[in-house]
Ligand binder design. Structure first.
Ligand SMILES: [Mn+2]
Length: 321
C-alpha cells in the first residue's frame, strides 16, 4: 500500500470520539455479552483514549428489549428484539456521525453490526464517501436461516448487510442492500460452514483467512485489505473479539483456536492507524462472564489504543513509509 498519501497529522482525525454502549446478547448463543460495555469501561477505555489527546464522550448505554431466551422461529432467534436493538443503534450512531464524531459501538453481540454499519453506510452515501469495512472475526458471519440450525443472528450480520436476510433487518437504514460485498474485507477467518463458504465465495467477499495469514503474513494481508484506501475513504472496523487467539482472549462465547497472536493483532491496528482513515468502530462479542480477571477487555482496550495511534514502534514517521 502506498501510505505516502497520508499525512501523519491526520492519523488522529477526527479527534472527537463517542462511546455508545449496547448491552445485549440478543443475537448470541450464550448469555453474557450484554456486560461487554461495562467491562470495557472498567478496563479504562475512555481514559486511555483521553490520554491520547482525544475528546471522548461516553453516551452511556442504549436501552432495548430484554433477552427472552427463546427458540428460533422460522429460522431466527429473537428477530423482533434484534430488529429493535439494531434500529435504536442505527439512529444513535447515525446521529454521532452527523455530528462529525467518531462512534465506537461497545457491544453486545455481533448482530449489532447490522445497525452500526447500516448507519455508517448511510452516512457515507450522504457524504459521497467511499466505504471500506474491515471485518475481524474467526467466522464469516454470513449465515442465513436456511444455512444455520441455531438461528442465532450474530452469525448472520454480513449476509443481512449484503441484503440476504429477513426484510425488517435488511432494510434498516432504508437502502437494500446496505453494503456491497466489494466494500468488505474479512480478516482472521477460520471457522466457516460449508454452505456459508459457498455463499461468501459466490458473493465475492475478499477473505484473508488464517491459512492466508499463515502463508503470506499479517502485514501482506493487511496491505491488501487496505489497498486503495484514500483520502475520501471512510474506514470502518468491526472487531469481533473471537478474532483473537483464545489463549490471549478467553472472554468470548465462540472461541476458535488458531487465531492471531498479540503482535499480529497489534500490527493490524497499527497499520489501520497509519492510514489515518479510521472513522467508526465496533467492539463486539466480549463476554465478561467467560473472561479471566477482565483480561480480554483490557486486551481490547490495548488494541483500540493502537488503532488510535498509540504506537510501540520507535520509528520516525518518515521511516514508516
Ligand atoms: Mn462475528
Amino acid at each position: 500500500m502506498n501510505t505516502s498519501a497520508f499525512s501523519p497529522d491526520t492519523a488522529l482525525a477526527p479527534g472527537n470520539i463517542s462511546l455508545i454502549g449496547v448491552p445485549t446478547d440478543i443475537g448470541a448463543g450464550m448469555l453474557g455479552a450484554r456486560m461487554g460495555p461495562e467491562a470495557l469501561r472498567v478496563a479504562g477505555l475512555a481514559q486511555a483514549l483521553t490520554q491520547l489527546g482525544l475528546d471522548v464522550k461516553d453516551c452511556g448505554n442504549l436501552h432495548g428489549p430484554a433477552n427472552p431466551w427463546l427458540q428460533a422461529v422460522n429460522g431466527f432467534r429473537h428477530l423482533p428484539q434484534v430488529v429493535q436493538w439494531n434500529q435504536l443503534l442505527h439512529e444513535a450512531l447515525y446521529c454521532e456521525l452527523q455530528a462529525r464524531r467518531l462512534p465506537i459501538m461497545l457491544g453486545g453481540d455481533h448482530c449489532l453490526a447490522i445497525g452500526s454499519i447500516s448507519a455508517v453506510a448511510r452516512h457515507c452515501r450522504d457524504q459521497g464517501k467511499k466505504l471500506r469495512v474491515l471485518w475481524f472475526d474467526a467466522h464469516a458471519d454470513f449465515n442465513t436461516a436456511t444455512l444455520t440450525p441455531s438461528g442465532n443472528i450474530h452469525g448472520m450480520p454480513v449476509a443481512c448487510l449484503c441484503g440476504h436476510g429477513p426484510q425488517e433487518l435488511i432494510q434498516i437504514g432504508g437502502h437494500v442492500p446496505a453494503l456491497q460485498p466489494k466494500q468488505i474485507r474479512q480478516i482472521g477467518i477460520r471457522s466457516v460452514d460449508a454452505g456459508e463458504k459457498r455463499l461468501v465465495h459466490d458473493m465475492g467477499i475478499e477473505v484473508f483467512d488464517m491459512r492466508y495469514i499463515d502463508e503470506m503474513g499479517m502485514r501482506h494481508a493487511m496491505e491488501l485489505a487496505l489497498a486503495l484506501v484514500d483520502a475520501n475513504t471512510h474506514l470502518h472496523v468491526s472487531l469481533d473479539v473471537d478474532f483473537l487467539d483464545p489463549a490471549i482472549a478467553p472472554g468470548v462465547g465462540t472461541t476458535v483456536r488458531g487465531g492471531p497472536t498479540y503482535r499480529e493483532a497489534q500490527l493490524c491496528m497499527e497499520m489501520i492507524a497509519d492510514t489515518g482513515r479510521l472513522a467508526s468502530l465496533d467492539v463486539v462479542e466480549l463476554n465478561p462472564a467467560l473472561d479471566v480477571g477482565n483480561q480480554t477487555a483490557e486486551l481490547a482496550v490495548d488494541l483500540i489504543e493502537s488503532l488510535f495511534g498509540k504506537s510501540t514502534l520507535m520509528r520516525s514517521s518518515a521511516a514508516k513509509r
